[in-house]
Design a protein around this ligand. Structure first.
Ligand SMILES: Nc1ncnc2c1ncn2[C@@H]1O[C@H](COP(=O)(O)OP(=O)(O)O)[C@@H](O)[C@H]1O
Ligand SMILES: [Mg+2]
Length: 343
């Protein structure tokens, strides 16, 4: 199993290039899944997905292609439900799913989107996808997907969090008398503010949900380790000719700081047609002259990028500006045929 993660600023073509990569990989005969963590759901139009469905198989353009192309939108609640079903202690899954606190946790916990992105990658791995292509939201959010699970793993193994879980087990087993004075103070204070019933519910939920959270941090640690392993994962930056140098500087250093390997920079929407020589006169000549000048500046940008990053980054790829929006498999196919993939 291999993973490709696409990063980049807004509107440069991450979703288009990610979906095109999944298509190109499916063509090689493997099962490939493109998953978007971007709540803006652009993947739906790029692949022509049905409304309301968060995961589906997409027919390949040539019927003789042997592989499978799948696409998914990150569904936070469904991912958490699946984690509960997979990892709850025997007989506990339904109790967790039905617990009044559960819905609140799933929908309002800050950072759940980022935590579940990593959980979902692991679930897809278990389901036997050969290639997982991750299409991210613009840069800051993408880095949170990498940073938050690592933070959470640290937090949930911290002594304080463990103590609360254990303390409550003691409370329910032995009654309040047997726990320390300071723990009683904490609960008394919380009960004063939140009400006895809610505190009971939260603690009850915590005691049954705790193994899931603890298991999550182990899985997140393992997934983050896979993302750091260049034999498994390639990070690719998508940019445009105008932004190429600035984006390359930002992303190579942001990824480097986190120890994630950057494998390719994809310069999208480059104007690659050659203008005729000599140029015709009149208005047509003006338009073509302008096209040539822009096109020349795009080539210069790619050249500078190769000069500056050619040794550090394995592959610098150029994708042409298409005549139409990338909306559906036929348009993606044009991009897919321009891609070189690492595996
Ligand atoms: N090579 C291209 N040629 C023409 N239009 C493109 C190309 N790549 C992307 N687009 C268009 O640019 C817009 C943004 O693309 P998208 O893939 O959603 O970017 P991002 O995911 O980075 O926000 C879409 O309307 C898409 O159709
Ligand atoms: Mg996008």
């Amino acid at each position: 199993m291999k993973i490709i993660v696409y990063l980049g600023t807004g509107g440069v073509g991450k979703t288009s290039v990610a979906a095109a990569s999944a298509l190109a990989l499916a063509r090689t005969g493997v099962r490939s899944m493109v998953i978007t963590t971007d709540p803006s759901l652009r993947l739906r139009t790029a692949l022509g997905l049905a409304d309301g469905i968060t995961e589906q198989q997409v027919p390949l353009p040539d019927s003789e292609d042997a592989g499978e192309l799948w696409a998914a939108l990150l569904d936070v609640r469904a991912t958490l439900d699946e984690a509960v079903r997979l990892y709850a202690r025997a007989g506990m899954a339904q109790r967790i799913l039905d617990h009044p606190i559960y819905a609140t946790i799933a929908s309002s916990l800050v950072g759940m989107q980022e935590l579940m992105a990593v959980e979902r990658i692991d679930q897809l791995r278990l389901r036997g996808f050969d290639r997982i292509i991750v299409d991210t939201a613009p840069s800051r959010h993408a880095f949170e997907i990498l940073d938050k699970p690592a933070l959470f793993a640290d937090l949930s193994s911290s002594r304080k969090v463990k103590l609360v879980g254990r303390t409550y087990k003691l409370v329910s087993a032995l009654g309040l008398q047997s726990i320390g004075r300071s723990a009683i103070d904490i609960y008394a204070k919380a009960e004063e503010i939140l009400g006895v019933n809610l505190v009971r519910q939260v603690l009850d939920f915590y005691s049954i949900f705790y193994p899931i959270a603890e298991g999550y941090s182990r899985r997140a640690e393992r997934t983050v380790a896979m993302l750091r392993d260049p034999a498994v994962t390639e990070f690719r930056v998508v940019t445009t000719p105008q932004k190429a140098m600035r984006d390359a500087a930002f992303f190579t250093s942001a990824l480097g700081e986190r120890n994630f390997p950057i494998g390719a920079i994809c310069v999208n929407r480059a104007w690659l047609h050659a203008a005729p020589e000599p140029l015709p006169g009149g208005m047509a000549g003006d338009v073509l002259g302008w096209y040539s000048a822009v096109s020349e500046s795009h080539r210069a940008a790619v050249w500078s990028l190769k000069e500056a990053y050619g040794t550090q980054v394995r592959d610098i790829q150029v994708f042409s500006e298409l005549e139409r929006d990338v909306d559906g498999v036929a348009a993606l196919d044009v991009l897919a045929r321009q891609i070189h993939l690492p595996f």
